[in-house]
Design a protein around this ligand. Structure first.
Ligand code: PMP
Length: 393
């Protein structure tokens, strides 16, 4: 059936993580693999009430087709939150509601990427972004992500090399997969480069509200608003099943992405936008976030304690101050893909790091998610992981 497929889609790979998740749902396996938010923290009752209120008050109108840009009161809520939380002036007219921030990546790819064009991406990078952008066939130009953020020397070298890149993708808060955040200085330096080289950054920020430790750092978008598309999502703060996210776009880009959205799905689910808005205006999002951060913070701490207790000293890991992920670097002799097979025999799962690189040569890293596993299970799971690792050494 090969002749039927478009050239564009021929090289797009299935998501490795989704494949892995099939193995890790076995009940006897402790899984640090899934990147899912903890369902015990979903506000089920409140959402049920919000559904009923919206339906009984608005009736049929709530089930009608709606505007491409998204439910205006929800856009207003998001704009006001940027103002109160970050001191950012965001015009609600420049917010576009998307079907999760994953869709924003696709829409931006549609509007901004030409085949063969350089696209700068942090490495390791978010697999979903690599997958979404791959459809538009860019040439990925990875820049290493270190403890402080992007490797600026490598970025400068690339920018001065005559690259065709116009876009840079990154996750400055509690990055997926590494848990690393860009420092304040790194963000400032990056913003300066964006402006100087007339680059556009896709600043993907689904985890920024989940800081359980340390000081919040302003988004790059606050420093370079004309050179940034800021993506947000309700998936990790409220529920992922509604598939609701947004993008804040500079005025010059707004019309084009709105047309792309219209062509793709007309608009995001209008009922869930109204239910979500009702939830947000009848409950305190901050109080809800406190509960999530308390649980994730405790679980991150438990994971660190367990890693320090059970892992050989040759293993290193990041120390995220928020989000859901922690990143392990193994001795160079250990291949995380091979470790995965041994770990499954020990009944523990993780995501090997290789798929997060666009270069195939880094094999000794892996991602652990602490969002969905309680402290006692984390201790047991890390013990199993360390046992698997010792078998490989
Ligand atoms: N960006 C990043 C960095 C993510 O980790 C995720 C979720 N795993 C997404 C985007 C997509 O989130 P959603 O589409 O649910 O908003």
């Amino acid at each position: 059936m090969q002749p039927f497929f478009s050239q564009r889609f021929e090289k797009v790979e299935p998501s490795f993580i989704r494949e892995i998740l099939k193995v890790t749902t076995r009940p006897d396996i402790i899984s640090f693999a899934g990147g899912l938010p903890n369902p015990n923290l979903f506000p089920v009752k409140a959402i049920e009430q919000a559904c009923q209120q919206v339906l009984s008050e608005q009736g049929a109108a709530t089930l009608q087709y709606a505007t491409t840009e998204g439910y205006a009161p929800l856009r207003q809520y998001i704009a006001e939150r940027y103002q109160t939380r970050w001191g950012m002036q965001v015009n609600p007219d420049h917010i576009l509601i998307t079907s999760g921030s994953q869709q924003a990546l696709d829409l931006l790819g549609k509007v901004l990427i030409d085949e063969g064009q350089d696209l700068i991406i942090e490495e390791p990078g978010y697999l979903g972004a690599i997958q979404a952008f791959s459809v538009y066939q860019p040439k990925f130009r990875p820049i290493t992500l270190g403890e402080e953020g992007l490797d600026l020397a490598a970025l400068d070298a690339l920018l001065e090399s005559g690259t065709t890149a116009r876009l840079l993708y990154g996750v400055p808060n509690f990055q997926n997969p590494s848990g690393v955040s860009y420092s304040r200085a790194n963000r400032a330096a990056l913003a300066e480069r964006l402006i100087r080289h007339n680059l556009l950054m896709v600043e993907d920020d689904p985890y920024g509200e989940l800081r359980f430790e340390g000081e919040s750092i302003d988004p790059v978008a606050k420093l370079a608003p004309e050179n940034t598309v800021l993506l947000g999502s309700f998936s990790k703060t409220v529920v992922p099943g509604f598939r609701l996210g947004w993008m804040v776009v500079p005025a010059w880009l707004h019309k084009k992405v709105t047309i792309a959205k219209q062509a793709t799905d007309l608009h995001s689910n209008a009922f869930s936008q109204q239910v979500l808005h009702r939830f947000l205006t009848t409950h305190s999002l901050d109080a809800h976030l406190e509960k999530i951060k308390e649980v994730y913070g405790r679980q991150r701490a438990a994971m660190e304690v367990a890693l320090a207790r059970h892992c050989p000293p040759s293993v290193r890991w990041t120390r995220p101050e928020g989000g859901m992920f922690l990143w392990l670097t193994l001795p160079e002799s250990v291949c995380a893909m091979e470790l995965f097979q041994v770990a499954i025999e020990e009944k523990v799962a993780f995501v090997p790091g290789a798929p997060f690189y666009v270069r195939p040569d880094i094999k000794n890293t892996l991602r652990l998610s602490f969002s969905c596993v309680d402290e006692a299970t984390i201790e047991e799971g890390v013990q199993r992981l360390a046992r698997a690792l010792r078998k490989m050494l």
